[in-house]
Design a protein around this ligand. Sequence first.
Ligand SMILES: Nc1nc2c(c(=O)[nH]1)N[C@H]1C(S)=C(S)[C@@H](COP(=O)(O)OP(=O)(O)OC[C@H]3O[C@@H](n4cnc5c(=O)[nH]c(N)nc54)[C@H](O)[C@@H]3O)O[C@H]1N2
Ligand SMILES: Nc1nc2c(c(=O)[nH]1)N[C@H]1C(S)=C(S)[C@@H](COP(=O)(O)OP(=O)(O)OC[C@H]3O[C@@H](n4cnc5c(=O)[nH]c(N)nc54)[C@H](O)[C@@H]3O)O[C@H]1N2
Ligand code: SF4
Ligand SMILES: [Mo]
Length: 738
Amino acid sequence: MEKHQVICPYCGAGCKYNLLVENNQVIGTEPLNGLTNQGELCLKGMSGYDFINDTKILTPRILYPMIRRHKGAEFERVSWDEALDFTAKKMLQIIEESGPDAIMTTGSSRGGGNEANYVMQKFTRACIGTNNIDNCARTCHGPSIVGLMDVLGSGCMSCSIDGLEDAGCIFLFGYNPAVSHPIVARRIVRAKEKGAKIIVADPRRIETARIADIYLQINNGCNVAFLNSFAYCLIHDGLIDERFIAEHTTGFEEFAQVVEGYAPEKVAHITGVDPEMVHKAARMYATAEPSAIVGWGMGVTQQKQGVKAVRTLASIACISGQIGKPNSGVAPVRGQNNVQGSCDMGMWPSLYPGYQKVDDPAVREKFAKAWGLPVEKLNPNPGAKLTDLVHLVKEGKLRCFYNYGEDPAQTEPDAQEMIETLKNVEFFVCQDIFMTQTTMLADVLLPATSWGEHEGVFTASDRNFQHFTAALPPKGECRHDWEIFADLSTRMGYPMHYENTREIWHECISLVDNFAGATYETMEEQGQAQWPIREGESVGKRDMYAGGVFTTADHKAHLHADEFVEPTELPDEEYPLVLCTVREVGHYSCRSMTGNCRALAALADEPGHVQMHPDDAAARGIKHGQIVRVFSRRGSVYSRAEVSPRINKGTVYMTYQWWIGKCNALTMHVTDPMSGTPEDKFSACQLEALPDQVWAENEVQRQYTELKQELVNNADRQDVAPGAVAVFDDPAHVDQIV
Ligand SMILES: Nc1nc2c(c(=O)[nH]1)N[C@H]1C(S)=C(S)[C@@H](COP(=O)(O)OP(=O)(O)OC[C@H]3O[C@@H](n4cnc5c(=O)[nH]c(N)nc54)[C@H](O)[C@@H]3O)O[C@H]1N2
Ligand SMILES: Nc1nc2c(c(=O)[nH]1)N[C@H]1C(S)=C(S)[C@@H](COP(=O)(O)OP(=O)(O)OC[C@H]3O[C@@H](n4cnc5c(=O)[nH]c(N)nc54)[C@H](O)[C@@H]3O)O[C@H]1N2
Ligand code: SF4
Ligand SMILES: [Mo]
C-alpha cells in the first residue's frame, strides 16, 4: 500500500491526511498531524475519497475531450489537438469581432490548486486581455473581501484557526461550524473547555448554540439592525476602547451617529431578541480577556446588506479594542478548500494575484514586465462579476463563457434562468472532472485530472499555504488544469510553457511581496507557510494588524455603519414563509464529489430535506419524513420534511446540495449591489403537503433517475473514439459522428 500526503479538497479548514492507494485505487485516508486537524478528520475527510475511482454512483467522470460542432449537436469525442484548436479559433474570432471583454472566465476554488488558478488568470489577462474573471467567492465571502478591505485593508481572517481555542470569547454570527467546518468547530469546543465564553446569534438553534453562554435567536435578515444595536451597547454601556479608537481608527463620530438610532429596545421588533441579552452579549464580548474573535459565515454575506454587515462587524472589533493582538479580531472562515487561494491568485475582476489592483498603473507595469507584454495589453478596467453573467449574455455583450471548476447550474440563484443563460451563451467551454448539470450544456468539455491525480498548493481559510501531492496517475486522457490553460494560450498566440507546478508557483510568489517566502521548500520544511510571509522568512504571521497597524493606506481602520434595509422579497399571503438556504453535513457544494463517495451517498440522498418548525408543519398537515412540495415565484421542487423545534417559526431551511430538491430553483437572482453576492439567505416561499406519498416517492425517484440517465448519456459519448462509428440509437447523432 502506498501513502500520499494531501490537503482535504472539501472545506477551508485545511486538514492534512494521507491517501491510501492500492492497485491504482484510493482505498482510504489516514489523518496526519496537520496544523489545523492535529490527527483528526471529519466525516468528509474520512470518507470522501472514492469519487476519484470513478464509482459512477451519482455521475461519471469525464476522461476525454468532447465538442459540439454546432449548438444543438451531440457531444463528439475528439483529440486534444482538435478540442483546443476548435476552442482557440472560436475565442480568437470572438476577440476579433467583439473585443476581449466579450469573454468571461472563472477560477476554481476546489481541486485544481493555486497554480492552476494563477495560470488561468494569466491566460485571461495576458492572452485574452480581459479582467472578466471571477470565482465562487462571489456567491460566498465576496462581501467579507469587499467590506474588510474597506475597513481594515485586507479581506481575510485576522487570526488563525488553531488560535481560536486561545481566545477569551468567540462570537459566532451567522456561521454554523459544526456542519460547515467540523474541525474548526472542534477548536471552538476546546476554547469553551479552556474557559472561553461563547456567544451565538443565529435564527436556527445550531449545534454550537448548545454550548453557548448566550444564544440569541435573531430574526432572519435583521443583521445590520442587530449589529448596530450591538455597537450601540458598546458605546452606551462604557465598553469601547477610547485609546484604540483615537490612535488606530477614523470615522468614529459618523459611526456613532448611525448606531445612535438602534438602541436594542428600539429595534427589538426587527431583531426579535430581548434587549437585555444584547447588552449582556456586548459586555461579554468587549470585556473578554485576553481577546475576543467575531466569526461569521454565509448568514452575513448572502444578504442584500452583506458588505454593510461585514463593515459593521469589523468596526465592532475595532471600537472594542478586540483586534490587533494575538488570537483576536475577525474570522470570516472561508468556505471552500481553496477559495482563499483563488482570491489570493487574483481570480477576481479587480485584483491581480496578491490583491494588487488592476487599475493601478504601477501594478500593471510590474505584471506586463514579468509576463513579457507591452503594458497596453493589460486591461486597466475592473472586469465583470460572475453574477453579471445572466444580464451580459441577455444583452449580447458576452459571447463566450469559460467555466473552470464550478457548477453554476446547481449553485447560482434562480437555476432555471442560469441554465437558460448557459444554453444561450454563444460559446461555452467547461473544464471539470465530472459530468454535471453545467458541463452537460457545454460546447467544449475539457477533462481535467482530479485532486489526488495532481500536485499543487491550496490556501486554507487562515491564509496558510499547504502543498499537496499526487497519489495516482491521470485517468483516460485527462490533463492537469494548468497544462490545458497553458496549451490553449500557446495556440492563441501567447505562449506559456511550464514544466511543473513548482515553476508556476515560484513565478507567482515572485510577483507578490506578501507571498514571497512561501516557497515549496518552506512548505516542506515547516508543513505550511502562512501569508504575509516575505522573502527569506520561513514563518509567516499567525495574526494580522499587530499593535493596531492596519493594511489600509493610512494604516488606520476606517469605521463604517449603515442604516438597516429590509430584505428584498418579504413573505406575504401567497408566499408566507422565509426560505433560507444552508448546508448539508455529509455532502459538499454541488455534490459531484461527495455524491460519488459510497459512504457519504449512503448517508443522505435525494430529495434532501426542508427543515421547519413543528407549528409550520402542523399548520399545513405535514409530518416529519414526508415528501412535500416547496414553491416560490421562481419554481417548484420536492423535498423531505424535517420537523424540528430548533428551527425558528416562519422560516424553512433547505440545503443547496440536491438536484431534485434543488433550492436554487426557488431562490432569487438579487444581489448585494456592493459585492454582487446573491441574497441566498432570504426569499419567500410556500410549502404544500402531498397526500399521496407513494406517488411522491416514486415521482422523486423518477426525476432523479431521469436526470442521472441524461448525464450518463452525455458522458457515454466519450466512449466513442475519434473516427469510430457511434452505436447510439439516435440516428441524427450517428450521422454526425460518422
Ligand atoms: N458539509 C459541508 N460543509 C461545507 C460546505 C458544504 O457544502 N457542505 N460548503 C462550504 C462553503 S462553500 C462555505 S461558504 C461554508 C459556509 O458555512 P456557513 O457560513 O456556516 O454557512 P451556512 O450554513 O449557509 O450559513 C450559516 C448560518 O447562517 C444562519 N443565518 C441565516 N440567516 C441569517 C441571518 O439573517 N442572520 C444571521 N446572523 N444568521 C443567519 C443560518 O441559520 C446558518 O446556521 O461551508 C463550507 N463547508
Ligand atoms: N442557494 C444557495 N446556493 C449557494 C450557496 C448557498 O448557501 N445557498 N452557497 C454558495 C457558495 S458559498 C459557494 S462557495 C458556491 C459553490 O459553488 P460551485 O463552486 O459551483 O460548487 P462546487 O461544488 O464547489 O463546484 C466545483 C466544481 O469543480 C469541479 N472540480 C473539482 N475539482 C476539480 C479540479 O481539480 N479541476 C477541475 N477542472 N474541476 C474540478 C467539481 O466537479 C464541480 O463541478 O455555491 C453557492 N451556492
Ligand atoms: S473539516 Fe473540512 S478540511 Fe477538515 S476533513 Fe472535514 S471537510 Fe476536510
Ligand atoms: Mo462558499
